[in-house]
Write a new protein. Structure first.
Length: 491
């Protein structure tokens, strides 16, 4: 190689290493900042909770009404248990809207039989466009007077189904969830509090921590014994969720920069959601896409808004336990992120969108969207450098140990801080069994996330069709991992 070519490659290597150094340092400092903010935010939340008497809200005639919206597609295995669970939520004024999104199994038939449903004439106002609604049912039994069931053509997305539910909803706030989730009895009380108590901001959405229901004991839609998942893949997800919700979103909440609320559990201001256009049925990341559009609407209308996160666990969801199902989930999430960032890219560094344009969007772009690509390029770079004998091994080993230790520390802190604060698990043995997972994340779990994310980006760029396929569920009436697997077709 000629000297001038060698100099060019050396300059490129120096530039790449310098850029990665700045990128990595910024990311590590951000994680540290979020951890500090999270500790402050959770302490503030605990103090606020100690001074709140929820019985006043339960007995108040001024409590705002809330519509619970849950789409169902081929959920015959668990539909009855989960609808019963939603109907017994502890709140004075709410309705439960189940959308049967063109199920091909016995989902609708079971609800009709068990809840004594009859077809009714309903003034359906299609404010948000959806696939045609065929029938609307209500119960002839007063015990189920809160229940409304919509039967519609399959819209091939959760977004289309939820929009139909929003069209039917009669209250100012709606909570979106999935029928395969287990909702805590006081979820509405906890979630509505930040929406009605803020004086400075109009709180347009609120979310809470989600956890894995895998290996938990459930009785009639109620968690009776909380355990960390026994299967390794679900346990990694439990660790990841705790880090994302307890440290990540709670940290962002302190500076009013929560990027989104989870699709599994979120409460929204219905007026803002409708004016922003509702959910986008063409989006692969419909929950985050809705938040971005609600934020854009508020900024365009000069509305001082806020999105709040509650650090307590209010929702339990069944995480994938096989790599095959997990790959479909994460590929879809990554594809949705790429689609979202491309569509809303004009918000980047825009003064018109304030903290969204200067904090939330840039963070999502640089440290969520680009992260898998930078990690992959870094892996290729070090392999090439190793083959040519250009690695400074003492420095490389020190750097690797530092990054590994920092990663383990952040994840372990999230697990321990959650346990010390909320005492979720019954024994410290269960806590320590979860603390083992960060030790193996870098070599087992994280490479899977990187690969599935890159595949999602590739699917987005090439326009390749991608669906959920079959999702294996155990249902919520089994108390151990020996239960028979029940197969349902997911979206």
């Amino acid at each position: 190689m000629r000297d001038d070519e060698s100099s060019i490659w050396e300059l490129l290597a120096m530039f790449y290493e310098g850029a990665v150094y700045v990128y990595g340092t910024t990311l590590l400092l951000t994680y540290g900042m979020l951890a500090i903010f999270s500790i402050y935010g959770i302490r503030k939340f605990k103090m606020s909770e100690s001074n709140t008497d929820y019985n006043n809200l339960l007995s108040s005639p001024l409590a705002p009404g809330i519509s619970i919206i849950a789409p169902a597609f081929n959920e015959g295995v668990t539909i009855i248990t989960n609808v019963r669970s939603l109907l017994t939520i502890n709140y004075p004024k709410f309705e439960v809207i189940i959308i049967n999104d063109g199920s091909t199994d016995d989902t609708l038939a079971k609800m009709v039989a068990v809840f004594e449903l009859v077809q009714v004439d309903f003034a359906y106002n299609a404010t948000l466009k959806t696939r045609p609604v065929q029938r609307i049912f209500k119960s002839s039994n007063p015990a189920y007077s809160r229940l409304i069931v919509i039967d519609k053509e399959n819209g091939k997305s959760k977004a289309d189904a939820v929009n139909a539910g929003i069209n039917v909803a009669s209250f100012a706030y709606f909570m979106c969830t999935d029928v395969d989730c287990i909702i805590e009895k006081d979820a509405l009380l906890k979630l509505v509090k930040p929406l009605i108590s803020s004086e400075k901001y109009r709180v347009i959405a609120a979310g809470a921590t989600l956890r894995m229901s895998n290996s938990c004991e459930v009785d009639n839609g109620v968690i009776t014994r909380i355990r960390p998942p026994r299967k390794w893949l679900a346990r990694f997800q439990e660790m990841e969720y705790l880090r994302a919700f307890v440290l990540g979103k709670m940290g962002w909440d302190v500076v009013n920069c929560v990027p989104n609320v989870s699709g599994g559990l979120g409460m929204f201001d219905r007026e803002i959601a409708v004016k922003a256009g509702g959910y986008d049925a063409s989006s692969f990341g419909e929950d985050m896409e809705l938040m971005y559009r609600m934020i854009r609407y508020c900024c365009d209308q000069k509305i001082e808004y806020a999105i709040r996160h509650i650090p307590i666990t209010l929702c339990w969801t069944e995480g994938p336990e096989t790599v095959q199902v997990f790959s479909r989930q994460r590929t879809r999430w990554a594809r949705g992120l790429a689609q979202l960032q491309a569509f809303h890219f004009p918000m980047m560094f825009s003064n018109s969108y304030g903290r969204m344009g200067w904090v939330v969007f840039p963070y999502a772009f640089f440290f969520e969207l680009l992260a898998p690509m930078i990690e992959f390029l870094g892996l290729v770079y070090y392999i090439v450098m190793t083959l040519f004998g250009l690695i400074n091994w003492p420095f490389a080993i020190i750097l690797l140990v530092f990054v590994y230790t920092y990663s383990v520390m952040v994840s372990t802190l999230a697990i321990l801080w959650d346990q010390v604060t909320f005492r979720t698990y019954k024994t410290w043995r269960e806590v320590f069994s979860l603390c083992v997972m960060p030790l193996f994340e870098m070599v087992v779990y994280h490479p899977l996330i990187m690969f599935f994310s890159l595949r999602g980006y590739w699917y987005y760029l090439t326009g390749k069709k991608h669906g959920w396929g079959n999702m294996q569920r155990k249902g919520f009436n089994t108390n151990d991992d020996s239960g028979t697997l029940l197969t349902q077709t997911a979206r």
